[in-house]
Ligand binder design. Structure first.
Ligand SMILES: Cc1cc2nc3c(=O)[nH]c(=O)nc-3n(C[C@H](O)[C@H](O)[C@H](O)COP(=O)(O)O)c2cc1C
Length: 416
């Protein structure tokens, strides 16, 4: 019997199947971070396609934690109505909706239009410690204890707003080298205070966010965690051994599912597949980098494509390391596209839920097609990564065969 369409419980709620949309930035909020009708319709399309669970793309919890233009925020109560409308539409299809909360930390690339009305040179890049980014060559400023506490509070407040908007929960983004992930990794966290040193200290920001949200939300509110199993072959980077220790600690926190991912903008990995460098350098976050860095990136195209070869289930090494010890469901993310591969993983007890991004962007009807035994009708993603290249400048769509010049982000002020 197929397990892919059997339900699974997350805290007090049931997900109708094992298929979820993992967080993928939408680039269709208003320029000041309000939810627009395009954003609502984007999620309606995925919910209608038969998913059991949706994680939103990264949402900022304070203005200085915004990573790209047209990203939504939960930094203020006036953003609640738009999220409420999205949750209401998604729920009509018996699908849960969680907001992914994030702060980019040292991966921020200040660019025009990021924070309307703010000059680029006034946008600061902050991190646990001043460790220069190998990708952007930006040296971040070390956060003070008071600033770290403010950020933790902003995540708690955003979690409460998500609950008020009727969302089923939130995901804490602790992967991809962003702020929380950079606290966890010894490579980027050199602090000697209570936020650095031991793994327990490096996980403190994550734990205090979980505890803060738990204290202030209903007992049924779901919290998931997205974590890296590797951030690249760097000395002192995250390893599967550390991930095991981390999951053992998280087992004692009130977290409802653990999603495993990898990489950062210094060591790609989650974008496994082809690299549309021309578009990435012209439109993406990298478009704001100095020419010399762009050139070295362009020259590495074939090397990067060879190293970051696409294959289905490319984060399973991390999942396998922790599945037996994790006390909560494990969400497998990374390259999933076929019913057979996902079914095999479920049957062997190697994972519980699948988080898909690019294959769903290519064909949001995938869950319905698999459920109705119409796998041959699924439009297969080629992992061309144009959807990734346009994050922050064009709405997230499958651009493989589309003329991207036809698409522009919304100009409406959003739902207030
Ligand atoms: C267009 C796009 C935007 C993304 N934005 C986010 C994001 O906001 N937060 C996040 O954790 N991951 C983000 N990701 C990474 C995905 O969550 C996922 O880890 C990665 O794409 C691998 O899954 P896939 O092979 O199914 O696409 C994004 C991916 C894509 C394609």
């Amino acid at each position: 019997m197929s397990m892919l369409f059997t339900p699974i419980k997350l805290r007090k709620k049931e997900i109708k199947n094992r298929l979820s949309k993992t967080a993928s930035g939408e680039t269709c909020a208003s320029k000041d971070g309000f939810i627009t009708d395009d954003y609502v319709n984007w999620y309606k399309k995925f919910a209608r396609g038969g998913l059991g669970l949706i994680h939103s793309g990264a949402v900022y919890t304070r203005e200085s934690g915004k990573i790209v233009p047209f990203q939504p925020g939960l930094d203020n109560d006036d953003k609640i109505p738009g999220f409420r409308k999205t949750a209401e539409e998604v729920h009509k299809y018996d699908c849960l909706f969680l907001a992914q909360l994030n702060h980019p930390g040292r991966h921020l690339v200040p660019g025009p239009g990021l924070i309307p009305g703010k000059d680029i040179k006034d946008i600061e890049v902050v991190a646990p410690s001043p460790v220069r980014s190998r990708a952007t060559m930006i040296m971040p400023r070390e956060l003070t204890t008071a600033e770290i506490e403010e950020i933790i509070q902003s995540f708690t407040d955003a979690g409460c707003r998500a609950e008020e908007a009727g969302l089923d929960g939130v995901e804490i983004h602790g992967a991809h080298g962003f702020l929380i992930s950079s606290f966890i990794s010894m490579r980027t966290n050199k602090r000697t205070d209570k936020f650095g040193g031991s793994l327990e200290n490096r996980l403190r920001v994550f734990r205090e966010i979980v505890e803060g949200i738990r204290k202030k939300t209903d007992d049924g509110f779901i919290i998931t965690a997205k974590l890296n199993w590797t951030d690249g072959p760097f000395p002192k980077g995250i390893t599967t051994r550390q991930l095991v220790d981390m999951v053992q600690m998280i087992n004692n926190m009130d977290v409802d599912a653990i999603e495993i991912s990898s990489g950062s903008n210094e060591w790609l990995s989650f974008e496994r597949g082809k690299l549309p460098i021309r578009y990435m350098l012209r439109y993406g976050m990298t478009s704001h980098l100095p020419l010399s860095i762009k050139l070295s990136f362009a020259l590495s195209k074939y090397f990067l494509e060879a190293v970051f070869r696409y294959y289905e289930g490319f984060n399973m090494e991390g999942v396998q390391a922790i599945k037996k010890i994790a006390k909560k469901p494990v969400i497998c993310t990374g390259g999933f596209k076929t019913g057979e591969v996902m079914e095999g993983i479920l049957q062997r007890g190697e994972g519980d839920i699948f988080g898909l991004a690019r294959q769903l962007i290519c064909d949001p009807e995938l869950p319905n097609k698999l459920r109705e035994n119409r796998a041959n009708d699924v439009v297969k993603c080629s992992y061309c990564n144009k959807c990734v290249a346009f994050v922050g400048s064009k709405p997230t769509e499958c651009y493989e065969n589309e003329d991207f010049r036809k698409f522009s982000p919304p100009s409406d002020p959003g739902i207030k």
